[in-house]
Ligand binder design. Structure first.
Ligand code: BMA
Length: 806
C-alpha cells in the first residue's frame, strides 16, 4: 500500500545568509513576521514598508533523508508552490514551476540530501513573461496577468499589494510500488430513483508494474463494484437505488455519501488482491442545469437544482486573507457558516482569487451553499501564448478534477469582467489583434469542462450575455454586474431595471471601529486621516461614500463616529434596496450575488464582514433580505406595491397590515390585505392610494407588516424628514447560564430609526445579534450582546446610534 510522509517540519527560510524557521504550508511574509524581520503589513502604512519582500528571491530548504522501506518509487509532491520556483535535491535540479494553482510531483527515488526550493520574485517572472508575450491592458497597474498566481496579491480596489512567495500548501513524500491512482473523476448524476456514480480513473505504473493485472474496487452506500484496469484506465459504475438527494440549504437536506475506491494488484488472480492505493471522497446526488432559454424578456439565467428553479441568494467571495496560507479549515468553516446564517445560499468564488482549498468546498457541501467557481482570470487582458497557455490548461484540468466530486459546485465560470473589459474598457486599440483571453473563455475552458466534468454547466464570463450578439453586460441577457450605482448613481437607481441575474453589485462602508483601532493604532480617526486613506483602495472611494451620504443626509463634518455610522447605514440600505427590488421581480430576475462577503485585510470596502471578522450592519441586513419570507414596499410607476416574497416550500397565507402613520406616532389610516403566496412565488399587491403618504411629506410614512416582518416607506429623504428627537430607555437583562451574554432591552418612546448597537465599542470581542432596528413609539427590542463583561446600561448607551430627529 502507498505510504504518505508529510514534510511539514524542519524547513528554513534563508534571509540574507541566516536561516529563519519556516512554516510549511506558509509564506515568506508570515515567516518574516514571526521572526520579527518585518512588521505586520496590515497595520498602519506598513504595507509600503514590506513591499521589498515581493521583489526579492527567496530560498526554502530542509534536509531530505533516505526513507527506509522497500517501495519501488518515492515521489516528492508539492500541493502548491507560490509561484516561480526551482526545486533542487542535493544540487540536482528536479524541476521548475510557474503556477500557484497547480500541484507538482517529482520522482526522487533513491535520492536524498538538501532539498531546496528557490523562489524567483513574482515580479521578475511576470516581467520575463511580459517580455515574451508583449504588453496587454489591465484595469490595475501591476503585472498579474503574466503569471498564474492569485491576482489580488498584487493589490485590488479593496486589497493591499502584498506579493507573496512560498510553499503555500502541504508537501509530502509518497512511496509506492506497482501502481498508484493518478486521477479519479467521479461523474455523479441522478435519474428517476437511481443515483449513478461513474468513477473514471487513471493509474501510473512503475516499470515492474507495467504488466501487472490491476483492478479497481469501489463502494458507495453499501454497493460494491469491481472493474478491471485496462492499460492505465478503468471506469467503475455504481448505481445506488433510491438515494437521498443533496439540496441547497432551504430546499432540503445535504445528504452526502462516502465513496471509497481501492486500486488492487490482482496478479494472476490466485492470491488475495493486494491493495495499492485508496481514494476517498464524499459525493452527493443532485442535478444542476442553468436555464438560459430566450424568452420575452431576453435571455434568462436560472439555476435549476433537482428540477427546482432557484432564486440564488448569493455573495461574492474573495480570498479571506491576502496571505492565503493562513486560512485554516476552521476559518473557512466559520466564514461560510456566517454566510449560511445570513440566509445566503450561493457563494461565488471570484476570479481574482483562487481555486480555494478542499476545506472550503467541504464546508459548502455540508452547509448547502451552492458554489459558483470562476476560473482565476479577472479585470485584465490575458495573453494566450506560451508559457501561459500550457499552464492555464494544466491548472484547469487539475482543478476541474479536484473539485468535481463536490455536490455544492454548481457552475464553472470563465472569468471576471474580461469579456466586458474587451468591449468597453478601450482594450481593442491597444491589443491590435493580440490575444487577450477570449480563446480561454470561449474555447479552451469550456472544452475542458465538457471533457472532464460534463455534469456541470459552464458560463464564459461574469458578466456575459451568452454571445457577442448582445453587449456582455446587457441586463436583459444572462449575467449582469451593476456598478453604475455606487460609481455614479444613488442606490434608488437599482429600481430602474430588472436584470436577469445580478452577479455583482454593492456599496462600500468602513469596517467596525475596533477593527480600525487595531489597524490604525494611535490615529485620530477621520474619513481622510492618513491611515483611513491608506486603508481605502477604491478609485475615489471616499468621494463616492460622501456623495452617497449627501443624497440622503447632511454629511457630518468633524464627527467621525457619526460619519462612520451613516456610511454603514447607507451601505446596508443600498444593498437591501437592490435585493428587495430584484427578489420582488422573480422569476424574471433569478439571483443576486452581493459584492462582497468578506475582506482580506482591514479596509473600507464593499464587504459585509470586515477584515477582522466583525459584522457590518449590512451582514445583519442580509439575513433579513435573504430570508425565505420577505415583505417589501416597492414603487411601481407612480404607485406603491407591497411585494410578498415567499421562497419557502410551503404556501404563505397571511394578512398584510398597512398603516399610514405620522412621525410623531399617530395612525392616520389602516388597511388589511389577504395574501396567498404559493411556494417559491412572489405576490405583488397595489397599496390602496389613500394609504400612500402624501408626496414627499416630511411627516408621514407607511409601514407594512405580516407575520412579524415589516417594511417601511418614507416619502421624504432622511434629510428632510421631520420627527421628534429619538427617546428610548435601555435596560440590561442577564441571560442565565450564558457566560458573558446579556440582553439589552431598548424601549422606544418616539420613533427610533435605524438603531444600532456597535458592540465592538464595548469590548473589541463583543458582538450583537442584530443590526439596524427601527422602532415605533412604545415598541421594544431585545438585542443580545455577547462578550462584554461587566456591562452597564449607561455604557451600553454610548455604543448606540440612531437617526437624529429634526
Ligand atoms: C467588481 C469586481 C472587482 C472589484 C469590484 C469593486 O468589478 O469584479 O474587480 O473589486 O467590482 O470595484
Amino acid at each position: 500500500m502507498k505510504d504518505v510522509i508529510p514534510l511539514t517540519e524542519g524547513w528554513s527560510l534563508d534571509h540574507d545568509g541566516s536561516p529563519l524557521p519556516a512554516r510549511v504550508p506558509g509564506c515568506v511574509h508570515t515567516d518574516l513576521i514571526d521572526a520579527g524581520v518585518i512588521p505586520d503589513p496590515f497595520i498602519g502604512e506598513n504595507e509600503r514598508e514590506v513591499a521589498w519582500v515581493g521583489r526579492r528571491d527567496w530560498t526554502y530548504s530542509r534536509p531530505l533523508g533516505l526513507p527506509t522501506g522497500t517501495h519501488e518509487r518515492t515521489d516528492l509532491v508539492f500541493e502548491g508552490l507560490d509561484t516561480a520556483a526551482q526545486i533542487t535535491l542535493d544540487g540536482t535540479v528536479l524541476g521548475r514551476t510557474r503556477n500557484m494553482h497547480r500541484s507538482h510531483r517529482f520522482d526522487v527515488t533513491g535520492s536524498s540530501g538538501e532539498l531546496r526550493v528557490l523562489f524567483t520574485s513574482a515580479y521578475s517572472e511576470a516581467e520575463a513573461v511580459r517580455a515574451l508575450t508583449g504588453d496587454r491592458p489591465n484595469a490595475y497597474p501591476e503585472p498579474f496577468q503574466y503569471i498564474r498566481k492569485m491576482a489580488c496579491n498584487f493589490g485590488w480596489d479593496w486589497g493591499p499589494t502584498v506579493v507573496t512567495a512560498g510553499i503555500w500548501k502541504p508537501v509530502r513524500l509518497e512511496r509506492w510500488s506497482t501502481a498508484r491512482l493518478d486521477r479519479v473523476r467521479p461523474l455523479v448524476t441522478v435519474t428517476d430513483d437511481t443515483g449513478h456514480v461513474e468513477l473514471h480513473l487513471e493509474v501510473e505504473r512503475t516499470e515492474s508494474g507495467a504488466s501487472r493485472s490491476l483492478a479497481a474496487r469501489a463502494t458507495v452506500a453499501g454497493v460494491e463494484v469491481t472493474a478491471p484496469v485496462e492499460g492505465d484506465r478503468a471506469v467503475v459504475v455504481i448505481d445506488v437505488p433510491q438515494p437521498e438527494v443533496w439540496w441547497p440549504r432551504g430546499y432540503g437536506e445535504q445528504r452526502l455519501y462516502d465513496v471509497e475506491l481501492t486500486l488492487l494488484d490482482v496478479a494472476d488472480g490466485t492470491a488475495e488482491p493486494l491493495p495499492l492505493d485508496i481514494w476517498r471522497h464524499r459525493v452527493g446526488f443532485r442535478t444542476v442545469e442553468l436555464d438560459r432559454t430566450p424568452d420575452e424578456h431576453g435571455t434568462g439565467f436560472t439555476f435549476v437544482v433537482n428540477g427546482v428553479r432557484v432564486f440564488a441568494r448569493g455573495v461574492n467571495w474573495i480570498p479571506d486573507d491576502v496571505l492565503p496560507s493562513r486560512v485554516t479549515p476552521e476559518r473557512y468553516r466559520e466564514r461560510l457558516a456566517q454566510a449560511a446564517a445570513a440566509n445566503v445560499d450561493l457563494v461565488r468564488v471570484w476570479g481574482g482569487g483562487l481555486y480555494e482549498s478542499d476545506a472550503f468546498y467541504d464546508a459548502c457541501d455540508e452547509l448547502g451553499l451552492m458554489v459558483w467557481q470562476d476560473f482565476p482570470f479577472a479585470c485584465a487582458a490575458y495573453p494566450e501564448e506560451q508559457p501561459l497557455r500550457g499552464e492555464v490548461e494544466a491548472e484547469a484540468r487539475e482543478n476541474v478534477v479536484r473539485l468535481m466530486p463536490h455536490p455544492s459546485l454548481m457552475v464553472w465560470n470563465g472569468n471576471n469582467e474580461n469579456l466586458w473589459g474587451f468591449r468597453d474598457w478601450d482594450w481593442e486599440p491597444g491589443l491590435a489583434g493580440d490575444s487577450w483571453g477570449e480563446g480561454y473563455y470561449l474555447g479552451l475552458l469550456p472544452r475542458i469542462v465538457a471533457e472532464l466534468d460534463p455534469t456541470r454547466p459552464y458560463t464564459a464570463g461574469s458578466p456575459w450575455s451568452g454571445s457577442w450578439d448582445h453587449h456582455p453586460n446587457d441586463p436583459a441577457h444572462g449575467t449582469h454586474h451593476s456598478w453604475e450605482v455606487w460609481n455614479r448613481l444613488d442606490y434608488t437607481a437599482y429600481r430602474a431595471s430588472v436584470p436577469r441575474f445580478v452577479a455583482e453589485f454593492g456599496w462600500q462602508a468602513p469596517p467596525a471601529i475596533a477593527t480600525l483601532r487595531r489597524a490604525l493604532p494611535g490615529e485620530e480617526l477621520a474619513p481622510d486621516s492618513p491611515g483611513m486613506l491608506h486603508h481605502q483602495k477604491a478609485d475615489d472611494g471616499n468621494g463616492k461614500l460622501d456623495r452617497g451620504l449627501e443624497r440622503h443626509f447632511t454629511v457630518p463634518v468633524g464627527d467621525f463616529d457619526r460619519w462612520h455610522y451613516l456610511t454603514q447605514v447607507v451601505q446596508a440600505r443600498a444593498v437591501a434596496t437592490g435585493i428587495e427590488h430584484w427578489r420582488a421581480n422573480w422569476p424574471v430576475c433569478a439571483g443576486t450575488i452581493v459584492w462582497q462577503l468578506n475582506d482580506c485585510w482591514p479596509v473600507s470596502s464593499w464587504a459585509a464582514i470586515d477584515g477582522d471578522g466583525r459584522f457590518k450592519p449590512l451582514y445583519h441586513e442580509l439575513r433579513r433580505v435573504y430570508a425565505d419570507r420577505l415583505l417589501t414596499l416597492q414603487p411601481e410607476g407612480d404607485r406603491l406595491v407591497v411585494a410578498v416574497i415567499n421562497q419557502s416550500a410551503a404556501a404563505w397565507r397571511t394578512e398584510v397590515v398597512l398603516r399610514r402613520l405620522t412621525t410623531d406616532g399617530q395612525t392616520l389610516l389602516e388597511a388589511r390585505l389577504d395574501v396567498d403566496a404559493a411556494a417559491r412565488t412572489v405576490v405583488r399587491l397595489p397599496v390602496p392610494l389613500h394609504l400612500v403618504p402624501t408626496d414627499r411629506s416630511p411627516e408621514e410614512y407607511l409601514v407594512a407588516e405580516a407575520d412579524g416582518l415589516r417594511s417601511f416607506h418614507f416619502a421624504a429623504a432622511d434629510r428632510d424628514l421631520h420627527h421628534p428627537r429619538p427617546r428610548y430607555d435601555v435596560q440590561l437583562r442577564p441571560v442565565s447560564g450564558a457566560g458573558d451574554k446579556v440582553d439589552l432591552v431598548v424601549t422606544a418612546h418616539t420613533l427610533v430609526r435605524d438603531l444600532l448597537v456597535q458592540a465592538d465599542r464595548l469590548s473589541p470581542d463583543a458582538s450583537a445579534d442584530r443590526g439596524l432596528v427601527t422602532l415605533l413609539p412604545g415598541e421594544q427590542v431585545r438585542i443580545r450582546i455577547d462578550g462584554a463583561p461587566r456591562l452597564t446600561a449607561d455604557r451600553a448607551r454610548e455604543a448606540i446610534f440612531c437617526m437624529e430627529g429634526s
